[in-house]
Structures are given as C-alpha cells and as structure tokens.
Design a protein around this ligand. Structure first.
Ligand SMILES: [Zn+2]
Ligand SMILES: [Zn+2]
Length: 135
C-alpha cells in the first residue's frame, strides 16, 4: 500500500500555513521579471501542487492580481510570497522557500530565460524555455 506523501509549508510569521498531498508534478526556476519583483530575489523556484489537494490552515493568504492571466498570494502580515496561480489552472505554483522541507524538491527546468541574470548560474544542463505569456 502506497501512503500519500504529505507536504507542509507557510510564511515567515507563521500566520499562513498550508498542506498538500502527493508528489509535486514539477519544480522549476523562473527567471521572469515579475517573479524577481514578487519574490525580491534574482529568480523564483516554483513547486507545482494540485490545487484541489492544497489546504490553507489558518485562512487564505492575500491575493494580488499580477497580470491578466495570473494572481499571486502572499501573507498579509509578513509579506512572504507564497504562490503563483494561473487563472483556471488546476495546479498552483508554491514558492519553494515556503516549504517546510524545500530539500525534498529539485528544480528541473528554467523558465523565462530571456530575463535570466548572468549571475543566476544555477541548475546547469536543465531544459530552458522563454516566457510565452506575461506572468
Ligand atoms: Zn506571515
Ligand atoms: Zn516567473
């Protein structure tokens, strides 16, 4: 019998906590400029999770509409970026750093490489893709 894998995470102050089950379908680096702004880092690491399996434990985070096709969630208390959600997508992309155990995932691709910083020389040899739509 296979036991579903459980994952948990949350924001810096602890007021936003989440859980989900199952293996994340994909984890990847995103180098787009919106992820830079949103995370305050040189790139984002995003972990896909089935939206239906994601549960917010202490209430949902604040949501900002970051583009015509996507929203981003963050803690209204401490500002930690928590997710990117494309409209109508049954996957949610969680920020890897918000996971309690980010060492369990491994980024497997680069997205938004047209905006990749020269010093963001991580993850060599992984598939690369340019931004198709504005995130
Ligand atoms: Zn917080
Ligand atoms: Zn991005």
């Amino acid at each position: 019998m296979v036991t579903a894998k459980r994952w948990a995470g949350g924001c810096l102050c602890g007021s936003c906590r989440y859980e989900f089950e199952g293996e994340p379908p994909h984890s990847g680096y995103c180098h787009c400029n919106m992820c830079k702004r949103s995370t305050g880092g040189g790139f984002a690491v995003l972990v896909q999770a089935p939206r239906a399996s994601l549960t917010w434990i202490n209430g949902a985070p604040a949501v900002f509409r970051s583009s015509p096709i996507a929203t981003r969630g963050f803690c209204r208390e401490c500002g930690s970026p928590l997710f990117l959600q494309y409209d109508g997508d049954d996957l949610v992309r969680l920020t890897a750093g918000s996971l309690d155990q980010p060492e369990r995932i491994r980024p497997a691709s680069h997205y938004g490489i047209e905006s990749r910083l020269a010093w963001a020389d991580i993850g060599p040899g992984l598939p690369e893709e340019e931004t198709k739509e504005r995130l």
